[in-house]
Structures are given as C-alpha cells and as structure tokens.
Write a protein that binds this ligand. Sequence first.
Ligand code: NAG
Ligand code: NAG
Ligand code: NAG
Ligand code: NAG
Length: 960
Amino acid sequence: MAFLYIFFLLLSLSTATTDVASCSCGFLDRTGAIWTDAIIAYGNETDKLPSESLVTEDFQHPYEKNWNARYRAGARSSNLGHNKSTAPGWNGSAWVLNLDRPTKDHTVVGTSLRTVRRDIQYGTFEAVLGPPKPGVGGSILAMRLDYSESQTVNLNVMNADDPDDAWTSFMLYGDWRGTRSKGVNFTDFGNDTYKFGGSPWGFVPYRIDWTASKANFFIGDALARSVSPRHVSKPWPTTPSTLYFRHTSIGDMYTSEGPPPNGSHAHVGLVRAFFNSSLMTWADHDSFDKRCHLARPCLVSDISLRGSSPYGHGATREFKPPSINYKKRWPAIFVASISLAISILLLGHALFKRGPWNKTDESTRTPSQDLSTTPSMIFSEGDGLTYAAQGLGIGTPGQVTPGNSTPSRVHSETAWLENGTSAQTLFDNSRPVTRPGSSALQVPLPPFLSYDSRRSSEITVVNEKKSAKESVDQINEKKQPEVAVKEMETKPTQGANPPIAVPKQRVDYLAGLVALASVLVTLIHFALTFLPATEIPYTHTHYQSEMWALKIVTPYLLTFSWIGPFFTSSTRFLVGNYLKSGNLKNIAEKTVGRTPRLIIPCAAIAALEYFCMQVGAIKWLEYLPSVTWSTWPYTASYVTFGHFLNEIIELMYIIPNAVPQITFNYCIGVLWTIPVQLQNSWLSLLAVMVIREIKTPWKRMGYYAFCIANHWYALSWGSFFWVGLLIADLDITYKWKTWLNNRPVVYYVFITFCTLLAAGSPSIDLVSQWKPWNFNTLESGVHPHQRTGNLIRDTYDYGYPAYYQPRLTALTFSIGFHLLVELSPLVQKFFSNCLLMWLFPHILTLYLIHGLVFWSLGAVICVHLAAHGVPYWANMLVVAICTYTVIFACLPILTPVIETLGKSITTQIWQNASEKPLPRRKTLYPFGPELFKDAESNDTEVRPKGEDVERNDAETGRAL
Ligand SMILES: *[C@@H]1O[C@H](CO)[C@@H](O)[C@H](O)[C@H]1NC(C)=O
Ligand SMILES: *[C@@H]1O[C@H](CO)[C@@H](O)[C@H](O)[C@H]1NC(C)=O
Ligand SMILES: *[C@@H]1O[C@H](CO)[C@@H](O)[C@H](O)[C@H]1NC(C)=O
Ligand SMILES: *[C@@H]1O[C@H](CO)[C@@H](O)[C@H](O)[C@H]1NC(C)=O
C-alpha cells in the first residue's frame, strides 16, 4: 500500500516538475543573466539528501578564527534529520539541522551540509531557512559561499540568547563583523523597507546574488544589503566556491551569543542554486553561446524545476590556487645580502667591543650615560637610582673601574671638563663640581669624571654654590661608603678589572620592589590572555584549580594593586634631589626631560609593534580565544599613520582616568599608565616645591593629609604620588628611619601596622570572592560622579570600578608595601636579591614588550599545541616557558635601544637647553683655511683670482 502511495506521489511529481538536466541552455534570471548549471532540492519532497548534489560533513575545528569565539564548531552527519515542521512559512517536512549541547571542552557539534560541486563561480542562490526557536540559546544558521576565510559571501541567521537581539547578518569575508549595520534585526523584517509578511522565527526565504561586480542579499524579494567591489578594501571573492548550510555555535557574545545549553535545531526547507562552473573555458562558453543562440533558456523563477545539472568529476575537487613562481631577483638578493653581511659585521663588532662581559668599555661611555647606569623605568630621567641611592652620585659598583680610554675620549672629557656648567648638569648642583683651576679641597672624584684619576685619584673640586666645607660635611654626614680611592689608581691599560665591592645601595630594595611589581604585572597579563578564569570571575575554567587560584592567589599576587608601587616609588626618584638640595635646577631638568623620556621609547616600541602587526606577527591571536576561552586579547592596526601620531600625542596630553586610544592598538593595553605617570609628574614636581617651603612639621603633615584625602576623593591617581612624596620626605628631610630605629617599641608597632595594611588590603578583595558584596564597588560609590556631580552610587555608572580608576585598597596596599620595604631590613634583603637587581634596568622594556611576545609567539604556540590535542596544563607550561624565555632574552638587546632613545636624548636635550655651547671649532681643524686657498692657487686653470678667493671665503664661512 505504502509502495503504491510513493509510486503515485512520484508519478504526480514527475508530471508536475521539470528536471534541470533538460535545461541544456541554462537559466535566465530576473536580471537577465544566464546561468549554466543548477542544483535544486526540496525538503518537503525528499527526506534523504539528494546524494548527487548535497552531502553532509563531519569535522571538528581545533580552533576558530574569531576574536570573540569561546567555543569551537563541529559537525556530525548523524545530526541531520528530517521532520515535519509546524513553524510558519512552510508546508510539510524539512531538513532538521541539529546542534548538540556544548561539551566541557567547549566544542559544539552541529550540522553541516554542502554541495558536492565545488566549482561554483557566481550565481544566484536561494534557500528557505528556519532559525531555532526563540529563547533556546544563540546559534548560527549560515548559508555561505566559501572558498577560504578571505573569500566568503555569506548570511547568518542568528536567534541569539535574548530573542530581542535576534538578527540576520549579510557578510563578505567571514563571520565576525559585529556591527548591526551589516544585518537586519528580526524586529525590522516586517517594516516598510523589507515588507516581509511572515514571521522571522518561521521559514524565511533568503537569496544571495553573487556576480563579479556585485553581491546582493535579499530577504524574500527585498534587497537587504548590496556590496560592490568599490566599497571593499579586500580583493573581491572570485574563487570557485562551495555552497554550505551550517548550524553551529561559537559563543560569540557580540553577534550570535550562545551556545544553547541544551542544544537546538534549525531547518532548511529548500535549496535552489543557479550558477556558473569555473571549469568552463572560454571555448566552452563560446560553444554554449553558439548552441543556445536561438534556444530558449529555462527560467530561474520557474518553481517546477527540480534536480541538478550533470557535472564532471573535476567539479567535486576543491579549487587549488596555482602556485606562483616567484622570479628570483638576483640583483636584489645580492644587495640585500651585502647589506645584511655589513650589518651583522657591525653589530658583531659592537657587541664584541661593548658586550656586558667586556668591562673595559665602562670608561668609554660618555659621562652622562655613566651617571645613570641604572635606568629607572618610568620614573626618573637622567637621574638614576644609584644617584639617589648614594646621595652623591659616585656611581654604581660596576663603574668604579676606570679603564683604558682612547685619545678622543680624553679629548672629549677635557672639553667637557673645561666647561663648568657642563659638569654641573651631570652632577647635582649641590654636589662638588670639578673645575680645573679652582682649588679648594680634595675629595675623591667619581671615576667617570676623572680622566686624570689614573695618575692621581684625587682631584680638586669645588662646590659651586655652597662652600667647600659644607661639601665635606655633606659627604661625611652621608657616610658615603668608602669607595676605595686607591682602587682608582689601577692602570688604564689593565682591562676588565673586577668591580670594586661597594656596600649595598640604600634604595636597591625600592628598585627590587618595582622590578617585582613589573614581573607580577606581566603575570597578570599572561593570566588574562591564557588563563582568564584566574583573573575574571564567572568565566569558564579549564581546571577546577583555576577557581581556587582566583579566590586565593589572585587577590594577593595577580591584582592590579601592584601598579601602585610604580607610582609611589616613582615620586621618590623625581623629587629626591630637590628635597635634599632645594635647587630649582633639579626641577627644571626633570620638567624638560620628563615627556621625551617617557614618550620616545613608547612611540618607538609602538611603531615596532605596529610593524610586527602588519607583517602578521599576531595573526594567530585571533584564533586564541577559541582555545583559551579568553576574549580579553584584542588588537587592530592603526587606520592611518595620522592616527598613530594622534595616539602618541594623546599619551602626552590625556587627562588621567581615561583610556588613551592607543590602548586598543597596542599589544596589551599597558600604556594607560603613561599619561598617569606624566600628568602626576607635574603634580609631584610642583608639590615638592610647596612642601619644602612649609617648614613647620605639623603644618607640612597637615598639608599632606589634606592633599592625599582630596585626591582620593576626586578619584585621582595623585594620591599615590603624594604618598610617595610623603615617604621620601620623611626619609630625606626627617630621617625617620634613625628615629624609629632608636625606639624599638614604636618601630615594631609601626611595622605591624604596615604589615596589616599590606596584607589586609588584598584580603578585602579576597572577601569579595566569597561574599556577594564587593568593597571596591562600595568604595567607588562614595566618590563624586564627574558628569552629574552626584555620588557615583546614585548614578547609572555605579559598579565595579574600571581598571584605570584608583581604588582605596590599591592605595593602602601600596602604602603598606612601600613602608615595609622602606623600614624592614628583612624585606629589604629580599628585594635586594640579585635577580631583581639584574631585572631592574630592564623594566621599561619588560613593560613595553611583554604583550607583543604573549600575543604573537604565545598565541602561535598555544593554538598549535591545542590543535594537536596537548592537555591544556602542558600547553600552558610550554607557552609560559617559551614566552618568558624570549622576553628575558630580548631585554638585554632592547634595553640599550630604549635607553638611548629615552635617556640619552633627554640628557642631550637638557644639556643643549641649559649649557652655554662650547666655543666653535673651525671645521677644518687642525688645518687652516690655507689648505683650500693653496689648492686653488695650484690650480692650473686660469681664473680671475679675486673672485675665486671670495667665493672660497664665503664657503668656509658658511661651513664654520
Ligand atoms: C514543497 O514546498 C514548495 C514550496 O512551498 C511547494 O512549491 C511544493 O509544492 C511542495 N511540494 C510538495 C510535494 O508539497
Ligand atoms: C521529529 O519530530 C518529533 C515530534 O515533533 C520528534 O519527537 C522527533 O525527535 C523529531 N525527529 C527528528 C529527526 O528531529
Ligand atoms: C537591533 O538590535 C540590537 C540589539 O537588541 C540593537 O542594539 C540595535 O539597535 C537594533 N538595530 C536596529 C536597527 O534597530
Ligand atoms: C527597517 O529597518 C532597517 C534596519 O534594519 C532600517 O534601516 C530601515 O530604515 C527600516 N525601514 C523603515 C521604513 O522603518
């Protein structure tokens, strides 16, 4: 009986339909174009897929190319079903594309159909698509003409988690362009533009017209989007493609949302594709035209068409781009190799001569560089840590080693010493300044000052402003470690002297603190990139242990409170000298040098990152979220060079508590601290001048309290800088360490208080991991809201404070930690360890470069290991080891560059600004102008003599 029924059904169909195979002269569409081939299949007529035209696929993506995909798509043939559908817009049954519930491993297995033919090149493609039910969870029902990610024409029907967000996007080049302007909301389907009569939640006919000059997308018959090659920046899709229908979900929270927690299903009602084959040659087209010159083609609009056009075996093979044979350009290769060889030779030479193992080069540095061998990250310019450390600028341990010097070196030093102001610049004013000829007293001279020191270790020195006696007092008072004067007499020819042991620097530990803080900041960024669950609550974990890390380790070690010590300690390096000496010249120097010192290295490294991005170094970053489940990393190239300049200038002028735009281009948005540093440098420099004039201690302290409280209330990072200033003041002016050390009871009580502050502040964050309330949110609520003037608590901005907003816990944490480090010898010992000391000069480099390494190398390794099925913990181990090795290996190479760019240029700027220039030397020195004149007179050619000499003089004059 059933057999008979099917027989009659088939009979009735065969009478009512036309097989497309009989349309040998193609199909005429609405626009007048004729397409040669067709594939037509109706879900209400065949429960099985027509195997000659459509097949299902089985795959599992190891990763997705999408900045926001936290799940990976897969497909299984068994997920294709066939069922009667009750959804509006369709009668009878349809193909069902099922989507499984997501796995713990973040894979979502759905369904994928594709045409057997893969030679589709232009055409008109219709389908009736039914999205999953509203409210089941977001997924994507896609219809795509796809060759590769760069050559895709597709539309995505997305039901979204919230039915109000549901929309259909019409795309070129792939899936993720989050803007709604490239799609239509379900709620707009029925509006006057699209006039779609049915429900968008039922079956909706869609159409894509793809030609060489246009891609049009339709809802029903209404044009929804039209793109032409003129409007796109990338090459137009022209490659032979395959037509796909897919039901997948990747959990992109900005477009499709999802995935559906309990799975879902979507429908495909019918497929009608009319297209050209890429396998037809020009000759084939000619013969087609000749043959069909007079014949009538079938019509695309004829709904009785069924079946598929015949095709050859070649049509089922995927298109392979012909391999391009690059012509070897020998001249270019030749020139490049020569340049490369010369560069390597020069670099090798420089490395060999000036490598860190080669101690002799210490003396060949310019004095100004020596002044600050220990560069300090974002705090001081021209004025190294050791400077502050020793109070006298006698140099770092490594420096107290005079080496051999070349004649030119002696010459330059002489020139430099001849000029009083010059020496003065490089030395603090308050300090003894060498000036040959003026004799007052004999003090040991820093080695880099004393080219004479190999003859005599002592040199005449005067103090320019203060009396010589005062100088001596100062030196005695500071109890300058006995920099072994005798050592300085080492013969210059004797290279590589062992460095003289100098007692520990006084503020080494501060350097150690900052170095540790910067390492921890890189760790935070590592965690945010690769292990988001340890940093961001309510994200998916790879392992349960990440939850515990979030609750226990993160509040202490991986908290952004570690930014605080950068700020508090930077003040000390800025204002230390002025506090000691009261010389405004210090302030002037800092003011001039501050901006270039910070901005030039940032601009240079940003340009480097820009370059790396453009050559594709961070290509794999876009694949990373599907493996790490962290959507935090994101970066995009600058639009134009003008934007780049704009962003750099913004770094200098942006008012704190905003995100500079460069954060969105720079690998890991660390640069937001640069404006904070810069703006608050002016604050610190101004503040220290005021403070020094307030002589009564209680008034001074009252002023501190007033300013710190106000900055805190105004949500300004200035509070950190005021605290730094206060601590420096207490130490330098009031010598409170001595005072405290003489009173053990007070000391221990105070130390306990500091420990409580340092440990207690993060513990408050810890509490909020377990309890519903959050102290930081509450605290941010009591500040005034900038736009309305109300309490933040009463505005719509109330919530967890953004990362660029100061928090009270960060402030108290920084105070506690900074004080502990200042006062406790035990903590000092820890922070003075040699590893942190080694790292300290490199922290600016570390700070600027770590993001690029994580996001380029780290992403490549992580994505590929994950694709090979390596367990995630092992993957992380490998990524961490590789990236940190590369970062630390980069430091010694990049730091000198950054130092040159930042510090040397700054020093030069200040020198040029503040010094009287040296008397000019004639260009021809040591030869006189006669050289030219004689040459002219020897000239055999007879010329009017006077004229000649005149011109010569003029030229020499210009040269001079
Ligand atoms: C299948 O659906 C199409 C479009 O709605 C319709 O034209 C066709 O008649 C249907 N076929 C059968 C057998 O019902
Ligand atoms: C078809 O629909 C019925 C009832 O709606 C359902 O129970 C069945 O699982 C569906 N089959 C497929 C293959 O989707
Ligand atoms: C479409 O929906 C989204 C999300 O609900 C909304 O933000 C957007 O403004 C809507 N677009 C239009 C054109 O209505
Ligand atoms: C219909 O909705 C689209 C947005 O999806 C909008 O651009 C268009 O102007 C709307 N048309 C009318 C007539 O409101």
